[in-house]
Ligand binder design. Sequence first.
Ligand code: NI
Length: 227
Amino acid sequence: MMLQIPKVLTKAQVAECRAILDAGPWVDGNLTSGFQAARAKTNEQLPQDCDAALRVGEAILQALEANPLFVSAALPQVILPPMFNRYGEGMGFKDHVDNAIRRDPVSGRRLRTDLSATLFLEEPENYDGGELVVNDLYGDHVVKLSAGDMILYPSSSLHHVTPVTRGRRTASFFWIQSLVRDDAKRTMLLEMDVAIQRLARKVEADDEGVLSLTGVYHNLLRQWAEV
Ligand code: NI
C-alpha cells in the first residue's frame, strides 16, 4: 500500500526544522551507502549523529506518534531515527530497493524495514524534478508533496528520485519495522479501522455492530502482530 499522510508537520514546524537543518553539517550522501546504492545515488545527507539531525528527528518522531492515520497505517513497532537528504541541481537517485535489514543506531538492534517513508521539507514549486517514483504491480507512482506531507510505501518496492533540474529538494527519510510484516494484512487492517471509525460516527456510542467489528479488528491484529 502507498499512502499519503498530509500535514505531519505544520508549515511553522517545517520552517523551524528547515532553519536547523539548513545550518547543519551536510556531507556527500555516499559516505553512508552500500556498494549498489553508491553507484545509483548523488545527493547530500546529514550525519545521523549530528545535533541538527537528532533535534529535528525527535520532533518528527513526536509528530508521528500523535498522528492517528500514521499509527493505524504503519502499526509501528520501531521507527528508525529519521535521516535527512537534499538534492541540488543534477542530483538524483536511480532505481533501487532499500536494504531489508538496518541497525538501529539507538538500540544497536537489527531491524527489518517493512515501510519506507519520505517527509517532504521543501515546497514543490521551489524545485523541478526530484519526484519520488515508486514502482509496484500497478505501475509507476510519481510523488511530489507539499512541505510537511509524507508518503509511506512498502520497502520492498523498486523506487528512484528523478534528477533535480532547478532549485533544491530537502526531505527526511526513514524506515519502520511494523508489528504486521505483511503489507496485504496491514492494508486490510487499515481499511477495517477506517470503516469502523466511519460507522461509529453514524451510530450510537454503544452500537453492537461497531463493538463486534472492533473486537474482530483487535483479534485479527492479535493473530498477525509479531512483538
Ligand atoms: Ni530508497
